[in-house]
Write a protein that binds this ligand. Structure first.
Ligand code: ADP
Ligand code: MG
Length: 454
């Protein structure tokens, strides 16, 4: 068989797709993609960000598949990979469609100071409301006099998508800008862990310690990650880092998805140290704050969204700022592609999927429960290793429904089924889709399960 070059095949596909869709759609969503890899059964497309991945999957999957099958002469699964070489790919938006946080996955060298902050995670872009005003004030205090014992460490805690990362990065940005510190290090706790492990393997623990102890401010995002699994050595290392920094009057900023004392799996002595400083929570935003955030986002992107549409969106997405942003993003993308203004009706239509999903408010666990009940299996087997035929089918059905009903990312679904890989989820969906073509019984099975969810 001749060598199949994924890049070239994808170029050919693109030239076909180009004629099938509006050129603006093509320029926006397809131009920045590349053919990355091809195996016997999977074609991997490289995209610049998670946002592209979600968008292509949601809106263009069928088209991509159709063209690929035609080019290759065989069925393949489509997989996506978020590009590591951001600089070679520039999103080609004809007008600024919101910012896209670039996902930098390059592994830094041990000892190298690599502090990736998002440009726009600054105080200027942070809307203050009742929900976050305490955390905001605490952050400003830290910027003003880093290292002061009353707010050392500063621990910002709260649910997903409420602005912890934004605020933490704003502290780093602003402290540098105001010159209250010279050197800082910002990492996720996962990165701290990875680098630490790597330093052990490469016998460079001294360098590791140096890197982390030689700063004026250390910011560690999402410390709840330290609790999972056996991370005793990492916690130990972090403990010492913490003490050295604090003794030297250096500032520590941490974020967590819950209050430290509820971080089970974290050593007592760490928890008590976290309580030495200042604990600041961030709560879900109230209506006024949500409106203010939406207005700010629109303003930043130089687009105007009518007040009634803003109020409509603020009313629908209540618990999480990332969701709010996702909604605005969809609206802006829609209006820039269709070149029509956004009315409430348009907003309702564009956001329908998201709103419906929220209304139903079901999650993967609900689906798993319904599937287990239908097949009269114990719930746990869906996440277990077993490959017994009837269990495999039930598991595939549950994965398929999680994808179809909730539209959850593949990786997320995989992790909820006993930590399986995203390719397993792709495969499960494919199997059920193939069955749907040939076997009428499966449709009624799916319908029955869907009706019984919640
Ligand atoms: P977390 O780290 O708590 O999960 P993030 O800091 O990543 O949340 O925030 C999610 C998104 O919401 C980010 O894009 C962030 O810029 C935005 N955001 C969060 N809080 C605010 C705020 N108060 N004002 C403006 N944007 C915000
Ligand atoms: Mg975060």
């Amino acid at each position: 068989m001749p060598q199949e070059d994924p890049a070239q095949i994808w170029m050919q596909c693109l030239s076909i797709i180009k004629d099938m869709i509006h050129h603006r759609t093509f320029d926006t969503w397809f131009k920045p993609t590349k053919g990355y890899n091809l195996t016997q059964d999977t074609f991997t497309i490289q995209v610049p960000s998670q946002f592209f991945l979600d968008w292509l999957e949601e809106h263009h999957n069928d088209r991509i598949k159709q063209v690929l099958v035609r080019q290759l002469g065989r069925e393949v699964f489509i997989d996506f990979r978020i590009s590591k070489d951001q600089q070679t790919i520039t999103p080609v938006h004809t007008r600024p469609v919101f910012y896209m946080p670039s996902v930098s996955q390059q592994r830094p060298q041990i000892g190298e100071m690599e502090n990736k902050l998002y440009d726009d995670y600054t105080f200027d872009h942070f809307v203050v409301g009742e929900c976050n005003e305490y955390a905001h004030a605490a952050s400003l205090a830290v910027v003003k006099s880093p290292g002061q014992s009353t707010f050392n460490p500063l621990v910002i805690y709260g649910g997903v998508g409420l602005g912890k990362t934004h605020l933490t990065q704003a502290i780093a940005h602003e402290s540098i800008k105001q010159g209250t510190i010279d050197r800082f290090r910002y990492v996720s706790s996962e990165k701290f862990y990875n680098e630490f492990i790597e330093s052990i393997q490469e016998k460079k623990t001294k360098e590791f310690a140096q890197t982390y102890r030689n700063v004026d401010m250390l910011l560690v995002d999402d410390i709840q990650f330290f609790c999972k699994g056996q991370k005793t050595a990492t916690q130990e290392e972090f403990f010492h880092t913490f003490d050295v920094l604090r003794q030297n009057g250096k500032q520590i900023v941490l974020t967590s998805d819950r209050i430290p004392k509820e971080l089970s799996g974290l050593e007592e002595r760490l928890i008590s140290r976290f309580e030495w400083g200042l604990l600041a929570d961030i709560r879900p935003p109230d209506f006024e704050t949500r409106v203010a955030i939406l207005q700010k986002k629109a303003e930043k992107d130089g687009v105007s969204i009518a007040p009634d549409v803003i109020a409509f969106v603020a009313d629908q997405f209540t618990s999480n700022i990332r969701e709010l942003e996702g909604a605005v993003l969809s609206l802006l993308a829609y209006s820039s592609l269709s070149q029509c203004d956004i009315s409430i009706d348009v907003a309702r239509e564009v956001l329908n999927n998201k709103i419906q999903r929220k209304k139903r408010d079901i999650n993967i666990e609900d689906i798993k429960r319904a599937v287990a009940k239908y097949y009269t299996l114990p719930l746990e087997v869906l996440s277990a290793k077993t490959r017994r035929k009837e269990i495999v089918l039930a598991r595939q059905v549950a994965m398929y429904l999680s994808r179809k009903i909730l539209g959850e990312p593949l990786k997320e679904i995989g992790s909820k089924f006993g930590g399986r890989d995203h390719t397993t989820v792709i495969h499960a969906c494919q199997v059920i889709e193939n069955m749907l073509i040939r076997d009428h019984k499966i449709q009624s099975t799916l319908d029955q399960i869907k009706r019984s969810i919640k």
